[in-house]
Ligand binder design. Structure first.
Ligand code: NOJ
Length: 732
């Protein structure tokens, strides 16, 4: 609470009391749009204004709802993805007194028809441009059926894989998360959707990893760890922001004026609209901060929540609250202004009846599939590959392919899976391998399980037999789709169902085992790690994913993904991330230094880790200067060579540490990265610019400070970097 108080004091001190300041780094208001908004606003009744500020929890394209739209009392709808239902709503809106067009919202995140791997996998590519493309393709598919508003991207930074929603974000790092936040916003927008960056803010740090629980976040942590991806998304033009379900330091975000109005709208200059999360306004009663929905609605509105997602509170009570003086009409006008601004910016006022009649439009599936294939290929992370078991070579004559997942097309998607109606054709891993095993290997397939999620055995003995008969075992395991995503927190992160039990027996055959893991979060693979020679994290690879997997397993493509989240050794290590603060007693292994008595100090696999079929070496770093002023910059040259015998891609990662500071600083912070492809023997030097102004942090009062201090810069192919050198930041 003290931290939030400090932030409040700071925001009050630096903010002009009235209008939003103009921030040059944020998208600027368009004069024509502003004039059109004002003209429209002047003509609206109070009921029409309220109509723009909510949608119902369920869309029923039947007479009463259509009539309400025609009266101008509902300005948006949720989860209507069928043009035959979108059309009557759109038509009713066109026939309403002012003809204000509707927003059609859905969680178009990584799947409409074709399923992409989930956003955590996008981050594992370390190529934001692939995420831009993927978002664009999903948006195109959504826009083609008439949807125009997506509840994405989720940019919550999280260091806790017990929380099921890590699948929707970019992992544990604010810098990587910011790059992907910006790319995703750009992609969805290019595809024609308004975005809703979510969940503002701190939702990714729930206590104990339990979804919806409260978070305790200090001001510096809020500003340095959780806020940057939101800033990046706003800068990229996100039209809307979704407030999060959680409390921060005891105050639910849904009624948190300091965060929603003072920080987001005033300090960050956000001029789109803020929506609550689903029925979150009503949940203020459960939080114990409002007596009933009416009071909750007034609290939320006063905090700056412009739009009520499905609680019904604004629809029922907002006009009344204006009439009895609890809410000012000027504040309602401001909320409506924000919504209309978005509708104008999206070009919705230009739509004609013919546009809706033309729905659904055709989207070229080939392009979408190509994009889904490349994201999948580049997202796979090779955690280990002892004795070079992968790629499969001609020397391998037979492969035991084990696991019902390996012949299932149903589990090609995970949570937030296809929102469309038709199921696209999807190859299973078995089909993909059989079609591509040009080297003539025999594939001995044994499902072992009765279901694709490995819950119950069908014929375990046949699987063991298949392993014994084969040169190599590919065991395809999956994190059960029902135990990930929203509302699905786990305390145990080992392989679900009976999959570990089978692995124990497969390991006894002594055959080299390739464990292909489909998951939406880091798992605890410590036992499996000792039993297998190779682990490939395939995330949930999507419609094109099994084809991409076959290409990687057979060596047509070398893996190049890197972990966007740390893989812990055990659940007891969580939360765990690479960018922890140092302690007064760094770990040495002896008592009275930090660490555990019953667990190693290090994670199983660190942030940024991922192998290739080739190897890379790093030369000593070369700086353009050994020092810079706090306004200056230096260049860091990183030379990398491919020391193996295959072409491969490496994600070169640059980290810094401020060695002495006015508060403890993380042991490493990611500052730059670039993925590049090198042929065998090829050497390349990448130049990264470090600006001193980017090396600062926030103090307790929320002020950004850059200090003159000694720093270290590190580079390598993971957060356990290969090379390092020192530099100084000086006052002048
Ligand atoms: C609740 C989730 O928290 C949010 O991310 C999602 O966009 C809404 N439901 C709407 O589906």
């Amino acid at each position: 609470m003290r931290a939030l108080l400090a932030l409040t004091l700071f925001l009050t001190a630096v903010m002009p009391a009235a209008a939003n300041p103009v921030r040059k780094d944020m998208p600027q208001a368009d004069k024509t749009v502003e004039a059109a908004v004002e003209t429209l606003l002047r003509r609206m009744t109070l009921e029409e204004k309220v109509g723009q500020l909510h949608f119902p929890s369920l869309a029923f394209p039947h007479a009463p709802q259509i009539e309400a739209v025609r009266r101008g009392e509902i300005g948006a709808m949720l989860n209507v993805v069928d043009p035959k239902f979108i059309r009557p709503f759109a038509e009713a809106a066109r026939r309403s007194r002012l003809g204000i067009p509707m927003l059609f919202a859905i969680d178009a995140i990584y799947a409409l028809k074709i399923t992409f791997p989930p956003p955590l996998a996008w981050a594992a590519t370390w190529r934001p441009e692939l995420a831009e493309r993927a978002s664009y393709e999903v948006a195109r598919e959504a826009r083609a059926v008439g949807v125009n508003w997506t509840f994405a991207p989720m940019v919550d930074v999280s260091r806790d894989p017990r929380w099921g929603r890590v699948i929707e974000g970019a992992g544990e790092d604010a810098f990587l998360g910011s790059a992907f936040a910006a790319a995703r916003v750009a992609g969805y927008r290019r595809g024609g959707l308004a975005t809703s960056v979510k969940h503002f803010v701190g939702y990714g740090a729930p206590e104990g990893g339990r979804d919806y629980t409260g978070t305790e976040i200090s001001t510096p942590e809020l500003m340095d760890r959780y806020l940057p991806p939101f800033k990046a998304a706003l800068k990229a033009g996100s039209e809307t922001v979704m407030a999060s379900f959680n409390t921060i330091n005891g105050v639910p975000v849904t009624m948190n004026r300091t965060l929603v109005t003072d920080l987001l709208k005033k300090r960050l200059g956000f001029d789109g609209f803020v929506t609550s999360d689903f029925v979150a306004i009503g949940e203020l009663v459960n939080h114990g901060v409002a007596r009933d929905l009416e009071e909750a609605s007034v609290l939320a509105f006063r905090a700056g929540i412009d739009f009520d997602m499905a609680s019904g509170g604004y629809d029922l009570y907002l006009a009344k609250a204006v009439r009895d003086g609890r809410i000012k009409i000027a504040d309602v006008d401001e909320a409506v202004r924000r919504v209309l601004r978005v509708k104008f910016r999206l070009g919705l006022f230009q739509q004609t009846a013919a546009d809706f009649e033309a729905l659904p439009r055709t989207v070229d599936e080939t392009e979408v599939r190509q994009s889904a294939r490349s994201v999948a290929q580049e997202s796979f992370v090779l955690l280990k590959n002892d004795t070079a078991t992968l790629p499969i070579t001609p020397a391998t004559r037979s492969i035991a392919l084990i696991g019902a997942t390996a012949d299932s097309a149903q589990h090609d998607h995970s949570w937030w899976g296809p929102a469309g109606h038709t199921k696209p054709k999807t190859e299973t891993l078995r089909q993909a391998l059989e079609a591509r095993a040009r080297l003539g290997q025999k594939i001995n397939y044994a499902p072992a399980f009765a279901d694709a999620c490995g819950r119950e055995f069908s014929d375990k003995a046949a699987a063991i037999e298949a392993a014994k008969r084969s040169d190599v075992v590919i065991y395809n395991v999956i994190e059960d789709c029902d135990i990930q995503g929203e509302g699905v927190s786990r305390t145990k992160l080992e392989l679900s169902g009976r999959q570990q039990e089978l692995l124990d027996e497969l390991a006894e055959t002594g055959k080299p085992i390739v464990l292909v893991v489909e998951t939406g979060r880091p798992l605890v693979l410590t036992k499996a790690d000792k039993q297998v020679s190779t682990i490939l994290i395939a995330w949930h690879p999507g419609t094109e994913g099994r084809a991409a997997l076959a290409e990687v397993l057979l060596g047509d493509v070398s893996p190049s993904g890197k972990l966007p989240m740390t893989f812990p050794r055990s659940e007891g290590q969580i939360p765990i991330a690479y960018n922890a603060l140092p302690t007064g007693r760094p770990w040495t292994g002896s008592r009275y230094t930090t660490g555990y008595v019953d667990e190693a100090h290090t994670p199983l696999y660190p942030f940024g880790h991922g192998l290739s079929y080739t190897t890379f070496a790093y030369d000593a770093l070369v700086l353009s200067e050994p020092k810079m002023t706090i306004k200056g910059a230096i260049d860091v040259d990183v030379t990398v060579r491919n020391t193996g015998s295959r072409t491969g891609s490496e994600v070169v990662q640059l980290y810094t540490r401020q060695l002495v500071a006015s508060r403890s600083r993380p042991v490493k912070e990611l500052r730059a990265f670039e993925k590049m492809t090198l042929k065998p023997g090829e050497v390349r030097t990448l130049r990264f610019r470090l600006n001193a102004q980017d090396l600062g942090f926030h103090d307790d009062a929320g002020r950004y400070v850059v200090e003159a201090a000694p720093f270290k810069v590190f580079a390598g192919g993971s957060s356990e970097t290969a090379v390092a050198t020192d530099f100084l930041v000086t006052r002048d």
